[in-house]
Design a protein around this ligand. Structure first.
Ligand code: MN
Length: 483
């Protein structure tokens, strides 16, 4: 069993700084509580549950530079669901914030991908709405990250479902939160289990190039060091990077499996101190290796819509393989890697607290260009998103995303226009309701259809979605005149 002081030491190593006394107090209490309540539980591979899952999940949270209360919540993320720990005890030991987050993660375990890709976007929204807070989403992503790295111990069917869900839901959300690195980690871990044949084909296609790529970037890495010292007067951070296998697969699909179109299988990344040094490094690199002009991207002058900033250039390595080199400052790097999560933690680190705290909301709402205070952001987001959407479920567990006030008939049309056109009523949570009855969030709606039903003019009063309206109008228009 991992002792507390070893745990603290590992956390400090991951974060690159000692824990404060305050952090140690909170984390110590969460650690003891989790250890006590998970005692005796084991994972599918036989490991102790707390040591083998809860602690690693908390390390993941620390790796993406999240604050201590989130690390504490990670230690306890399965405790309400899987142990006899009560909310009341958790609240009295760890306080409101940790309890809120653990509660949120527990609720999220209800959200499950059932294999229907048609409703996957609704499922993503349902996930966010259920989480209510971006910290809960991030915790769930860190939980999934660890689950995926130990997937081999699960039965095959469960493995496939979890892997697909991770690509379609978790990795997508990570990418929307601008946590690109985490998104690609999740996809690469899940890919072999979710789509084994495509994975094998991808590896067969890019395998030899990946091997060549590794040796090419090794030698370019060695050549780049003296150039950087010459140009900058110091040794910058230079990382070697192999492109994610899943993203290579997506690119191969777009490029008709032509591996020569996949330029950025291997990349080097130079992290410097200032924006001016980025451009100086770019010049030095271009005088050493010949660039491909069309592949030069200045995301510093023109950041991507999600805020990503970097210079990208692709150069001829002299071996027939092109290599992408990315150049950016430390601050850009931090934000690019950790996304919305970084916004608050980086601002905290440089001592500018309030300003960036809710920057993540940019990603979830389209409010970016409006100058709103953090409080206004929350309000807008809640009213626009959490409060005005309903997430109802089909008996199969698919999520149907509707505006608030929507009816059984709206639901039926959202499932399929044939079901809408023949809807007679529905069992809502087991009770029979007419087509004009309102639907509530998290209701299970089982639409009853009849071949004798036909849409009528009157139905337009029973619906509120434009989707249902257009389907009804279409049905009325195409129906032969009655009588
Ligand atoms: Mn877990």
């Amino acid at each position: 069993m991992i002792p507390l002081d070893t745990y603290f030491k590992t956390l400090a190593d991951i974060r690159g700084e000692e824990l404060s006394a305050e952090d140690e107090e909170l984390l110590g209490m969460a650690f003891e509580l989790g250890r006590k309540y998970h005692a005796g539980q084991t994972r599918a591979n036989g490991d102790d549950y707390f040591d083998g899952h809860c602690i690693p999940v908390s390390y993941n949270v620390a790796k993406i530079q999240m604050p201590a209360d989130m690390i504490a919540a990670a230690l306890l993320h399965d405790s309400l669901e899987d142990t006899t720990l009560t909310r009341k005890t958790l609240l009295s030991v760890c306080g409101k914030d940790v309890t809120f987050m653990v509660d949120g993660v527990s609720k999220l375990s209800k959200v499950k991908y059932q294999g229907n890709d048609r409703h996957v976007e609704s499922l993503r929204k349902f996930f966010v709405a259920t989480a209510k807070d971006v910290r809960v989403v991030i915790l769930k992503l860190c939980d999934r990250w660890h689950n995926l790295s130990t997937l081999e111990f699960l039965p095959e069917q469960k493995r496939e479902r979890i892997a697909k869900e991770s690509i379609l839901i978790h990795a997508q959300l990570a990418s929307r939160l601008n946590m690109g690195q985490l998104s690609s980690t999740l996809k690469d871990l899940a890919f072999p289990y979710a789509y084994p044949e495509s994975y094998a084909k991808t590896m067969k296609t890019i395998g030899p190039r990946l091997a060549l790529g590794e040796s090419v970037i090794d030698s370019m890495f060695d050549a780049l060091h003296p150039i950087a010292i010459d140009t900058l007067g110091y040794e910058p951070q230079i990382d070697k990077r192999l492109k994610g296998v899943y993203s290579a697969y997506k690119k191969l699909l777009r490029k008709n499996w032509s591996v020569s179109e996949v330029y950025d299988l291997v990349a080097l990344r130079v992290v410097v101190n200032s924006r001016e040094e980025c451009y100086r490094m770019l010049g030095a690199i271009h005088s050493k290796w010949h660039p491909l002009p069309a592949r030069l991207k200045d995301y510093i002058a023109l950041p991507k819509p999600n805020g990503y900033q970097s210079l990208h250039t692709t150069v001829m390595s002299g071996t027939g393989l092109m290599v992408e080199i990315q150049i950016r400052t430390k601050e850009m790097h931090f934000v690019n890697e950790y996304g919305v999560a970084a916004h608050h933690s980086y601002k905290d680190r440089i001592g500018d607290d309030k300003q960036g705290t809710f920057a993540w909301m940019d990603q979830l709402s389209a409010l970016k260009d409006r100058q709103l205070s953090p409080e206004e952001y929350i309000h807008e987001l809640e009213s626009d998103f959490f409060e005005t959407r309903i997430f109802a479920l089909t008996p199969m567990g698919d999520v149907i995303d509707l505006p608030s006030g929507a009816t059984v008939l709206d639901f039926a049309y959202a499932v399929h226009s044939d079901i809408g056109n023949k809807a007679k009523g529905a069992y809502v949570n087991g009770r029979y309701k007419p087509i004009y009855a309102k639907v509530n969030s998290e209701s299970v709606v089982d639409v009853v259809t009849s071949t004798r039903v036909m849409p009528s003019e009157k139905w337009l009063d029973y619906i509120m979605t434009s989707h249902a309206k257009s389907k009804i109008l279409k049905a009325l228009h195409h129906e032969p005149e009655a009588r």
